[in-house]
Design a protein around this ligand. Structure first.
Ligand code: F6R
Length: 258
């Protein structure tokens, strides 16, 4: 696990986008694992700018999103299917038919959940997976207390997650679905590279737990300690509860090196 502490959002955007640029330079048909939510937006904005400047193309890439709500009407603006297209893939040259989400074919999502891991494997596996993290340590929608080796599955959103996400639903928690389909922790761990991004004080406890705590299903992101190519990209606020920063001699990397 490498940790990179950035001074501001623009540095996060640059370093995060560099990870995508590198992967796309190595393989123009790369498989990208995409997250929704607020955290990746500056990185997606930077990638859109690079695309417009002719510096990167996603024409040959494929995308597998991490998760999707269950129970929203098709085309709902806050479904992750709408979100990822609006905020990223439709603003660059992604072929829309290669943008996959783990829900949509059965009302309960179960059938699609079971198929999703096989679809990812058939595409060759994820080359780069970007992740945000919930204040309670979730990645994807793997809430505390699940299996560390789960596959894509139907899950129940934690109350804290629904409260946090109410901001996307006019601040009304009753509009936030309570069910989702999410890649499992075992699915996420199969990605060849992982980039977890966290910004703001509200993520500091989760970042400390994932970097310095025990590997436990109660802080699902801590499972990344078992991944051999994970970059944790944080701002000073999100890094503020890390106790041993000065001791990460092998793992603390400068934004200038990325
Ligand atoms: C989104 C996802 C979630 C978010 C997390 C943080 O696809 O899988 O794990 O990354 O809830 O959300 P934000 O970035 O909005 O704070």
């Amino acid at each position: 696990m490498r940790i990179c502490i950035c001074s501001d959002q623009s540095q996060i955007a640059r370093v995060g986008a560099n990870q995508f640029s590198e992967v796309m330079k190595e393989n123009s048909k790369a498989v990208l694992g995409l997250a929704t939510g607020s955290t990746p937006l500056p990185i997606y904005q930077e990638l859109i700018s690079r695309y417009k400047a002719g510096e990167i193309s996603f024409a040959g890439a494929q995308a597998f999103c991490l998760d999707e709500y269950l129970g929203l009407p098709a085309g709902h603006p806050e479904s992750y299917s709408s979100f990822i297209r609006r905020e990223f893939t439709a603003q660059v040259d992604f072929d829309d038919t290669t943008v996959h989400l783990p829900a949509g074919q059965s009302p309960e999502g179960t059938f699609v959940a079971e198929e999703y891991d096989s679809q990812i494997a058939a595409a060759g596996g994820v080359d780069l997976q970007i992740l945000g993290v919930g204040a309670n340590g979730h990645i994807g929608f793997n809430e505390p207390g699940g299996s560390l080796d789960s596959k894509t599955h139907v899950g129940i959103l934690a109350q804290k997650t629904r409260e946090d996400n109410a901001r996307f639903f006019d601040g009304d928690i009753s509009q936030v679905p309570d069910k989702c389909v999410t890649q499992g922790l075992g699915t996420i761990l199969k990605a060849r590279k992982v980039l977890l991004v966290a910004t703001g004080k509200q993520k500091a406890e989760a970042v400390a737990a994932l970097v310095e705590g025990a590997v436990t299903s109660m802080w699902p992101a801590s499972v990344l300690q078992a991944h051999n190519d994970a970059l944790i990209l944080v701002d000073e606020d999100a890094a503020s509860l890390l106790k041993n920063k000065d001791r990460y001699t092998n793992s603390l990397v400068s934004p200038d090196d990325l």
